[in-house]
Design a protein around this ligand. Sequence first.
Ligand SMILES: Nc1ncnc2c1ncn2[C@@H]1O[C@H](COP(=O)(O)OP(=O)(O)OP(=O)(O)O)[C@@H](O)[C@H]1O
Length: 335
Amino acid sequence: MNTRAPAVQARQLVKTYPGDVTALNGMDVTVEPGTVFGLLGPNGAGKSTTVKILTTLARPDSGTATVAGHDVLRHPDRVRRAIGVVAQNSGADPVATGRENLRLQGRLYGLRGAALNRRVDELLDRFTLTEAAGRQVKGYSGGMRRRLDVALGLVHRPEVLFLDEPTTGLDPEARTAMWDEIGRLAGEEGLTILLTTHYLEEADRLAERVAIVDRGRVVVEGTPDSLKGELRGDAVHVELREAPGEAGRTLLAGALTGLPGVHEALFDGRRISARADDGAAAMPALLAALERAGVTVAAATVARPSLDDVYLRYAGRRYAEADTTDSLALAGGAR
Ligand SMILES: Nc1ncnc2c1ncn2[C@@H]1O[C@H](COP(=O)(O)OP(=O)(O)OP(=O)(O)O)[C@@H](O)[C@H]1O
């Protein structure tokens, strides 16, 4: 059992912005040392606000948080020394070179002389930026900039690294390269990494534990496999030609969950997500039941449950549909 104190612990964080926007509504996060933890949620869910509080850039209205054992409100200076932060927007100076950016960052943290040179060379090498080290950052590709951002966050060898949406805006190739790099960092350096993402695949691939955030709080947390494993059996997705009304949904849900081996039917517009012990075996009876109910099926698929299914299960709506506008309306509303 791990007896060390958590690297990050946030309890019941609440944060309201002017205009009655509830960004955080009882946010709890615990990250064990040396692990990669993913805060997964759609835009506006409250991930960045959580990171801002944990990195001492914002204060919660209520709640407590410690990072690397230091209280973020009482000892923000100690927290800042223990963390590296890679924000959504690059902190690098575009008219300086990659090497100049790293040197400046190192000096800010008190590195000088040979130690500074060594650390800068080491980071340029590890993030494959040695060749580009003498070029201005404004000429770098998106992937190179992102790698430099991460290198900047690591100059002073932090205990905890915060990565706020590390691959947003990167092309698929650069994203895969960044995933490899983050995976290596976690494995080799024993660093604790808290990353935020709105990519299901990214959380699935990188994070040992994932907390799914919706409307300013964690709706479910666990390893990606345990979360998917909680959803018994296969995910059966059916797309109807037309969205059923409320009465139709109740009727269809009853008809489907009455079939042998079918456990649950969740509706989201024209889509039905059902779970079945054996999706392929249940499909013919499922389609027949829908036909008997008089609805037309446009498409049907069977798959292992994904984090998208987990999100639907706990947030009550499909991941892609939970956009900022929705969160804003709900955050300001009765919830
Ligand atoms: N400075 C601010 N003033 C007012 N509202 C804000 C401010 N910052 C964030 N919000 C609102 O708080 C909520 C949570 O925002 P937050 O940025 O934490 O979400 P997020 O999950 O990180 O999303 P994104 O990926 O878009 O950054 C949203 O409704 C957002 O519009």
